[in-house]
Design a binder for this molecule. Structure first.
Ligand code: NAD
Ligand code: DAU
Length: 350
């Protein structure tokens, strides 16, 4: 048996990683540690919650004493660290929460791993899941590689960059067996509807305005979340310690083009004439410090570890829209209460 700690496993990407590991590795004991913030939802894991190799632990990674105690109790062999504050707009509103969870929380996990493993790093692994946003913004040409210098612009990306630096420092200073991956924008089932794709699907369904930041000319490289979970599996098991891998979909879309595609797909499935909901498009004040373009060169991961994205974007979007339309109750549950207040505050200001 191996004891694996997955942090942030009740969130969007984390829940897909937990499901993959619980089902694929019955001989691992998977511990999902999550604070259950607004973004964490145990409903995401209903199908595996009774599996004998799965345990949920509610807890906060910013509490260093609690983390150390947890590591002493369970003697984890591996950590896959996804817990984070993850939404750029929220980081602009409240940067300190991002410093605490993303930087301090990560250092607490590093410290506990070092304390428990220091006499023997054999078979141990600390995997930090990070983002392409640490590299900053591209112009019209070029791609982020693992050698691109860090140049974060939002409090979110600055906090993720800070955490990446600490993870590398613990490798270089203490020999901790770390790996890092930096991934592009994910989409798919169970994403909290503050992020572009689920927010817009929900608003199209409810005939609400679609708030496009600036002119909608920013470009993102979209990857289906299960392809990211598969990349995490491959990297966790095969990457040499100290290495970094970029993960991306090779799938760039200008926001406005993606939004028009999404409208067509959702309209069609709702029985509306495809394109009708374009009337909901509303150009609003741009996000402060809005990065123009992200695009990932994932050739290192493809060549060295044999991973590649499995889905064409059009296929992934169809599956994603189907999931949200078939899970309206999930959407209603997560968009009630506090989220409504946040939404009104954010979008009434624009
Ligand atoms: P998410 O916001 O959906 O989920 C984050 C999870 O972390 C939630 O379950 C939340 O409850 C938990 N959490 C937050 N603060 C915590 C704390 N202090 N202690 C314990 N748990 C806490 O995020 P996501 O989109 O699934 O992203 C997961 C990770 O992947 C993040 O580290 C993010 O930076 C990274 N990432 C995300 C994307 C993307 O497109 N979503 C792309 C690349 C990298
Ligand atoms: O690149 C990886 C990152 O992708 C992750 O690290 C982040 O956790 C994740 O949130 C995501 O960041 P983005 O800021 O790119 O994602 P978001 O869905 O917030 O926005 C995507 C694009 O759409 C971006 O250019 C801003 C724009 N946008 C977003 C929202 C929510 C709008 O035009 N209107 C909106 O209402």
């Amino acid at each position: 048996m191996k004891n694996i700690l997955i942090t942030g496993g009740a969130g969007f990407i984390g829940s897909h990683v937990v499901r993959l590991f619980v089902n694929k590795y019955p001989d691992y004991r998977i511990y999902n540690l999550d604070k259950l913030t607004y973004a964490g939802n145990l409903e995401n894991l209903k199908d595996i919650e009774d599996k004998p190799n799965y345990t949920f632990i509610k807890g906060d990674i910013t509490d260093g004493d609690f983390i150390l105690k947890l590591f002493k109790e369970h003697l984890f062999d591996g950590v896959i660290h996804l817990a984070a504050e993850s939404h750029v707009d929220r980081s602009i509103e409240n940067p300190m929460e991002f410093v605490m969870t993303n930087v301090v929380g990560t250092v607490n996990l590093l410290n506990a791993s070092k304390a428990l493993w220091k006499d023997n790093y054999d078979g141990k692994r600390f995997y930090h899941v990070s983002t392409d946003e640490v590299y900053g913004s591209l112009g019209k040409e070029g791609y982020f590689t693992e050698k691109t210098p860090y140049d974060p612009h939002s409090p979110y990306s600055a906090s993720k960059a800070g955490s990446d630096h600490f993870v590398r420092a613990y490798h270089d200073t203490y020999g901790l067996p770390v790996v890092i991956s930096n991934c592009s924008n994910n989409y798919g089932p169970n994403q909290f509807p503050e992020k572009l794709i689920p927010l817009f699907i929900n608003n199209i369904c409810n005939n609400k305005p679609l708030p496009v930041y600036g002119k909608g000319e920013n470009v993102r490289d979209w990857l289906y979340v299960i392809d990211h979970a598969n990349a995490i599996d491959v990297i966790f098991h095969n990457a040499p310690a100290g290495e970094t891998y970029n993960v991306g979909g090779n799938n760039e879309w200008k926001n406005i083009d993606l939004i028009k595609l999404l409208i067509k797909v959702v309209d069609k499935k709702l029985g509306r004439k495809p394109g009708t909901s374009e009337r909901l498009i509303t150009f609003v004040k741009d996000r402060a410090g809005h990065d123009l373009r992200y695009a990932i060169d994932s050739s290192k991961l493809q060549k060295e570890l044999g991973w590649k994205p499995s889905l064409r974007f059009e296929e992934g979007i169809e599956k994603t829209v189907d999931w949200y339309l078939n899970n309206r109750e999930w959407l209603d549950n997560v968009t009630s209460g506090d989220y409504q207040k946040y939404y009104e505050k954010m979008y009434n200001n624009r």
